[in-house]
Write a protein that binds this ligand. Structure first.
Ligand code: ADP
Length: 276
């Protein structure tokens, strides 16, 4: 009898645990659904705004034949600017969705962080060529330890942080890039600027999707508001962390992220140490 009761109690406990897990799962699914609906709503809004501007510009161009050449040019430039913004938004949105769905295959390999920074710097310079940019001081030398990462995504993170640093720092300001060995397994990369800074209560929020300090309607700096969300997905993808520091408005900002140092496999290190 005792055995039978024990078995029944065991079964009841397993059932209770299964129900609890099911409830957990339900809650998680509901949260996921809420996130997806929010995302669709926000993305719809973000796309509709530039689309409306394009429509207004094209309608004016089509219906007002006597429009001055100057105004015509303004309309065309506005429509082109917003079309570009929509293209970037769709591109960033697809990148973020790919990263969030876990469909990215990481091609992790030993990389020189100095080379990746050089590549990111030339990408940024090519993208904003013609405009004046702040002075950039790069203190990273080829002697820095090798890291273990996917080169394409690492350059993407660096380029996005550098792009932001340029965007939010006046041309008289300065950008600094440094790396330091955080602990034996990680390298910490820092992109610091002397620009407009971030309020302390926004240091976390800046990594949220579509967060922009100026709000959707007053984006003087352009951008999609997805850059830092993408950076966070990439960095956490290789097991690192990313965070922002700033003493506040107009006090400059620092963006830091960690990246695993490439460890030479023991067999290779033994071989290279051997006298033969
Ligand atoms: P985007 O740059 O396209 O607006 P991000 O996700 O890259 O989107 O950045 C989100 C927001 O975080 C920016 O709009 C800005 O308000 C703030 N931010 C990002 N980088 C910096 C920086 N270096 N200095 C000050 N604010 C920044």
């Amino acid at each position: 009898l005792v055995d039978a009761i024990a078995t029944q109690v065991g079964v009841a406990l397993i059932q209770a645990e299964a129900y609890a897990n099911l409830e957990d799962l339900n809650e998680q699914l509901e949260a996921l659904d809420r996130t997806r609906s929010n995302l669709v709503a926000i993305t719809g809004h973000e796309l509709r705004t530039p689309l409306s501007t394009i429509q207004i510009c094209l309608e004016s161009l089509a219906t007002e034949p006597d429009m001055s050449a100057e105004l015509r040019q303004v309309m065309l430039n506005t429509a082109l600017g917003d079309a570009e913004r929509m293209r970037n938004l769709v591109q960033d949105f697809l990148t973020l969705s790919r990263l969030e769905s876990g469909r990215v295959e990481w091609n992790l390999e030993p990389l020189s962080i100095a080379e990746c920074i050089d590549l990111a710097l030339s990408n940024v310079r090519a993208r904003i060529s013609g405009e004046k940019i702040p002075e950039i001081q790069n203190f990273v030398t080829p002697e820095s330890p090798l890291v273990r990462a996917d080169g394409e995504w690492l350059v993407e993170v660096l380029a996005k942080l550098l792009d932001n640093a340029c965007k939010f720092t006046g041309t008289e300001g300065q950008i600094t890039i440094i790396v330091k060995t955080n602990d034996s397994n990680n390298l910490e990369v820092t992109v610091a600027d002397t620009g407009k800074g971030i309020e302390p209560n926004r240091l976390e929020t800046v990594f949220d999707r579509f967060y922009q300090e100026e709000g959707a309607l007053r984006r003087s700096a352009g951008g999609t508001g997805l850059g830092l969300a993408i950076c966070r997905q990439i960095v956490t993808g290789w097991g690192g962390t990313i965070w922002a520091e700033s003493a506040g408005k107009d006090q400059g900002s620092e963006f830091h992220f960690t990246i695993p140092v490439f460890e030479v496999p023991p067999a290779i290190s033994k071989k290279s140490n051997s006298p033969n």
